[in-house]
Design a protein around this ligand. Structure first.
Ligand code: B12
Ligand SMILES: C[S@@+](CC[C@H](N)C(=O)[O-])C[C@H]1O[C@@H](n2cnc3c(N)ncnc32)[C@H](O)[C@@H]1O
Ligand code: SF4
Length: 552
């Protein structure tokens, strides 16, 4: 028994409180949970810069309901990339394993890893990609017990509270050799969700290439809203992988400011689809950032319409907004119209004329390979981007994502096709090789010597990159060059995992639960010589995207 020193009465209160805590502790269903981001170190550079925000949201929701919670981001916890070491830790410590799968990138390697983890620990998987692949994952990884579909905060809490699986909406699970899919959940209100708990992290997020840190800056993401009210034809950003449109929902601005105060990184990406959707709220946030003395460099995704509000642009500049990621998509009205983007070439020119007046670094997203687009039209992208004074651009082939209305358009247009959902649109005239050639021309025509010099000067002028980065890099330069050279020589060696025995044992129609208790601890990860693109793919899938195609 523990008594307070103050008085007998307060002592009794303390005892009651401790009893209450002990009671709640004993009610907890799980002793030690592990939140695992299973991506490996050789994923693209952009991926490594940012923390796994979705899983951090899940971790924050889990924390009060488990006795202990460990967070492992395999991109930075190299020792645990070895399935044997990871399994040993899980065996010794963990009774609930929660894994996030977000992208197509490394999907098969991640499945191989999961197959090699202990089968007797309750394993929950969630994330955008996991939600798209529920059936496949149950079949492929016999040790997955539960898959959470879509946004997972409420669902994971229900699991931890011991609510019967059959009563948890948004959950898929195994029962007597069957896979049960409960009905979809209603999308949770974001206002009450706990924001990511950064105290669980073991590292800072920064830019590294071949193991060499390229900048002294550290990076983080903050999500202030979910969903986007616009309906651009190609875009599924506000659809969840179940096809539900995420209605645009805002977090209270006070909660965003409170979260920002916990962020130690100096560069923050607001990963909202469009930060300025509610212009009044955006203004309020800028005011509060300034009033609270929050000094950071902010990156935002924004529609060009924001240029109609110079007063807010001035406040954004003052609040530290420096990098704008703008959806330009195309210089051609015909294509913009077809994409239902809701903007015209003239409006793009007007907006950029305004935006270039501020200390903003302006990045434009373009889409090429659109339906009916000619080579000449695609090759106007670099010229147009320079005319309107964009600092950098990225250009993605038009993709058909799951539940995209574009699917129907492509299917009904003679000569146009796509090989897989999530993959690019091709045509009889512009196939893979032609589009690759066009992409290379767009890149080399935009990123010429004078543009590169302009980028360096502007980044320095507006304080995005400084001499300190260069000076800090110099001592590491020989190591970086050596690693680059040896990497080239080895001709794209890729990390791969030996296939799991349990997977080989089941066919798609077999009852997966039967394989659940198989001892599937296979050999550790090994490095194999492989062609540039992973040879392991989901059925009918395409090679993974390259960095110049990242949407952020
Ligand atoms: C920001 C962002 C990025 C950032 C990531 C920053 C970060 N924090 O990691 C960066 C720039 C790295 C990025 C890169 C890419 N991205 Co991106 N990205 C986004 C974006 C805009 C927001 C993601 C986000 O923060 N969502 C909010 C969080 C809260 O949601 P969440 O991550 O889905 O997590 C929730 C659930 O999934 C679930 N959950 C997640 N994990 C777990 C785990 C468990 C155990 C449980 C129970 C639940 C659970 O609960 C979470 C909380 O509700 C989304 C679009 C969108 N609006 O969602 C696209 C999106 C996820 N990206 C996408 C794509 C295609 C890419 C790229 C492949 C682009 C490219 N061509 O290079 C690359 C992938 C990297 C690579 N090379 O492979 C697609 C994914 C499509 C798909 N089928 O996989 C999306 C959906 C956009 C789209 N529709 O095209 N991206
Ligand atoms: C969040 S939006 C950009 C910011 C802002 N929401 C806007 O629309 O201006 C991200 C970008 O990803 C790209 N993108 C999204 N879906 C795509 C698809 N199916 N095919 C190709 N590019 C896509 C588009 O270029 C889009 O502008
Ligand atoms: S492209 Fe941008 S504005 Fe259009 S729907 Fe997607 S996120 Fe919204």
């Amino acid at each position: 028994m523990v008594y307070s020193n103050e008085s007998k009465t307060s002592g009794i209160i303390v005892v009651h409180l401790l009893d209450a805590v002990a009671y709640t502790q004993s009610m907890k269903k799980y002793r030690h949970a592990l939140a695992l981001n299973p991506y490996f170190g050789d994923a693209t550079a952009t991926m490594g810069i940012f923390p796994p925000t979705g899983l951090e949201y899940i971790a924050a929701s889990m924390k009060p309901l488990v006795e202990k919670l460990t967070f492992l981001d395999l991109r930075h916890e190299k020792a645990y990339q070895d399935p044997a070491t990871l399994s040993e830790f899980i065996h010794a410590e963990i009774d609930l394993l929660c894994i996030s799968i977000r992208w197509q990138t490394q999907f098969e390697i991640i499945c191989d890893l999961i197959c090699q983890l202990p089968a007797d620990v309750t394993t929950v998987v969630g994330g955008y990609k996991a939600t798209e692949e529920v059936e496949y994952l149950f079949e492929r990884c016999p040790n997955i017990d539960l898959i959470v579909r879509g946004e997972g905060e409420q669902v994971i809490q229900d699991i931890l509270r011991g609510i019967p699986y059959s009563e948890i909406r948004g959950l898929s699970y195994r029962e007597n050799g069957q896979i049960i899919h409960n009905e979809n959940q209603e999308l949770p209100a974001v206002a009450d969700l706990p924001y990511p708990d950064r105290s669980l992290r073991k590292c800072d997020y920064t830019v590294t290439q071949h193991g060499v840190r390229l900048t002294h800056h550290t990076f983080d993401t903050v999500l202030t809203t979910r969903g986007c009210p616009f309906k651009c034809k190609f875009c599924t950003f506000s659809l969840n992988p179940l096809g539900q449109k995420r209605s645009y929902t805002e977090r209270p601005v006070e909660s965003v400011i409170e979260e920002l105060k916990t962020v130690t990184a100096d560069i923050v990406l607001f990963s909202d689809d469009n930060f300025f959707t509610n212009i009044k709220r955006a203004e309020q946030l800028c005011d509060l950032i300034i009033a609270n003395g929050i000094k950071k460099t902010f990156i935002v995704q924004a529609r060009i319409d924001v240029a109609r509000h110079p007063k807010i642009l001035a406040k954004a500049e003052k609040a530290g907004f420096r990098l704008f990621l703008l959806g330009i998509e195309s210089p051609h009205d015909r294509i913009l119209d077809q994409l239902q983007k809701g903007i015209t070439q003239a409006q793009i020119r007007e907006s950029l004329a305004v935006l270039t007046q501020y200390k903003f670094f302006l990045h434009g997203y373009f889409i090429y390979g659109n339906i009916g687009e000619t080579e000449e039209e695609m090759l106007y992208i670099p010229k147009f981007a320079q005319e309107i004074k964009l600092d950098t651009i990225s250009f993605q082939k038009l993709r058909v994502e799951k539940f995209s209305p574009l699917e129907e358009v492509v299917e009904s247009t003679p000569g146009y096709y796509f090989n897989r959902i999530g993959g690019p649109v091709y045509s009889d005239r512009y196939g893979r090789n032609e589009l690759k050639r066009i992409r290379n021309r767009i890149r080399s025509e935009f990123y010429n010597f004078s543009q590169i010099m302009h980028i360096a000067r502007k980044a320095q002028r507006i304080g995005l990159a400084g001499g300190r980065d260069l000076l800090g890099l110099l001592p590491h330069l020989p190591l970086l060059l050596f690693r680059l050279a040896t990497r080239r020589k080895k001709k794209k060696r890729r990390v791969a995992v030996a296939p799991c025995t349990a997977r080989a044992a089941i066919s798609p129609n077999e009852a997966p639960v039967a394989a659940k208790k198989t001892d599937n601890a296979g050999p550790a990860i090994r490095v194999i010589d492989a062609p540039e693109q992973s040879t392991k793919r989901t059925p009918g899938s395409e090679p993974t995207s390259t960095i110049d195609e990242s949407h952020v």
